[in-house]
Design a protein around this ligand. Structure first.
Ligand code: AOF
Ligand code: ZN
Length: 374
């Protein structure tokens, strides 16, 4: 059978969009809560200007690329990883900039689900006589902004849960000791997941047991990373006001179901913000907690908590991705189990996972898996 003929324009569209996606990834840690977006301006088969969205409040990817291209943008094709915006946000609409620059074609990877844009960007370009091609490398562009897409469509963030265990699935010895299970490469990797997250979530139990800082430290240039919101789920508002988290730079939010005004005042005096939410059957309503984070423009969440809280997130089908580090040790049957998932007895009740990525980091293994919510 002869293979189908190569569509050269289609092949070069994919090549340029791959470059635009590569540029978008430069904003991985800094563009939040905005999406990561990249743009390349191509004229006569040549890259005449490129850019990406660096920080919320600053110029969008298209404007940076158009500025780099200057006059060369006239008659060119713009490759953009997200539908160009049509609204006045913190910056003017990118569609106006593309039209004013005289580009003749715009190739877009993913539509922008932001209700302020949502198809109007593409419509405005077409009305201006610009040729528009959609959906080139769409899956990659959506994956890069899974959190932004989820927040815009469902009002809640994309949730990752990080777990670290021995090869036999234990997270602490019978004595309670748990430092350190994984090695330095795996622990640095956690800081990279934190750096891309708008919020890092833990529970009051972990604050009391480990007194973590939950900051982004172990990356190349930590000062350039906007500090993620550190969130403590604390239904009874019993978090100690002298917790290490409260002495580190960056905002801390405590989500609680308690009305205790005295504790609230003490935590606020220590620098935390406190928000009251409805209670669920076992403490805080986790879905309400995620919606509260969505209202605060949180795209991606990294949950770093103990087996009870992470188990509750998993059991409620609120986890989108598990990041599991496993160290080459056996900690024995008396150690603490990875997740508290009550009520699982029969094989039919197992929670299926789909493995997305398995690799070795230092001496440890990292597994990225997605619960199969069916
Ligand atoms: C684009 N190109 O590079 C980005 C876009 O407040 P603003 O002005 O920064 O607008 C933010 C919204 O613009 C954001 O919610 C999303 O819909 C879109 N982001 N659009 O054309 C970009 N970052
Ligand atoms: Zn824009």
């Amino acid at each position: 059978m002869t293979p189908p003929p190569i569509d050269h324009r289609c092949a070069s569209d994919h090549r340029w969009m791959a470059r635009a996606l590569q540029l978008a990834r430069h904003g991985l840690w800094t563009a939040r809560p905005n999406p990561r977006v990249g743009c390349v301006i191509v004229r006569d088969g040549e890259n005449v200007g490129e850019g990406w969205h660096v920080r919320a409040g600053e110029a969008h990817a298209e404007v940076n690329a158009l500025n780099a291209a200057g006059e060369a943008a006239a008659g060119a094709t713009a490759y953009v990883t997200l539908e160009p915006c049509s609204h006045h946000g913190r910056t003017p609409p990118c569609v106006d900039a593309l039209i004013a620059a005289g580009v003749s074609r715009v190739v877009v990877a993913a539509a922008d689900p932001n209700p302020a844009v949502s198809g109007r960007g593409l419509a405005r370009l077409r009305e201006a006589g610009i040729q528009v091609t959609e959906g080139v490398a769409e899956g990659n562009a959506v994956a890069l902004n899974a959190g932004f897409m989820r927040r815009m469509t469902d009002g809640r963030p994309w949730v990752r849960a990080k777990l670290a265990a021995s090869l036999d699935g234990r997270t602490a010895m019978a004595s309670g000791e748990s430092r350190w299970i994984t090695g330095s490469a795996a622990r640095a990797d956690v800081h990279r997941w934190r750096a891309r997250s708008c919020a890092v979530v833990t529970g009051r139990g972990t604050v009391v047991a480990d007194d973590p800082a939950m900051t982004v430290r172990d990356v190349a240039d930590p000062a350039s990373v906007p500090p993620p919101l550190r969130v403590v789920l604390d239904s009874g508002l019993r978090m100690p006001a002298d917790a290490a988290m409260l002495r580190q730079p960056g905002p801390v939010l405590i989500l609680t179901a308690s009305d205790d005004a005295r504790r609230r005042a003490a935590l606020e005096a220590a620098g935390a913000e406190v928000e009251k939410l409805p209670a669920g059957p076992h403490g805080l309503d986790l879905e309400a907690a995620l919606l509260a984070l969505g209202r605060r423009q949180v795209n991606e969440v990294l949950v770093e908590a103990g087996p009870t809280l992470v188990g509750a997130f998993v059991a409620a089908a609120l986890v989108d991705e598990l990041i599991l580090y496993q160290a080459p040790h056996l900690m024995g049957h008396e150690g603490r189990a990875l997740l508290h998932l009550p009520g699982l007895e029969r094989m039919a009740q197992r929670l299926p996972l789909r493995l997305l990525d398995v690799r070795q980091l230092g001496d440890d293994i990292r597994i990225v898996a997605r619960p199969d919510h069916g």
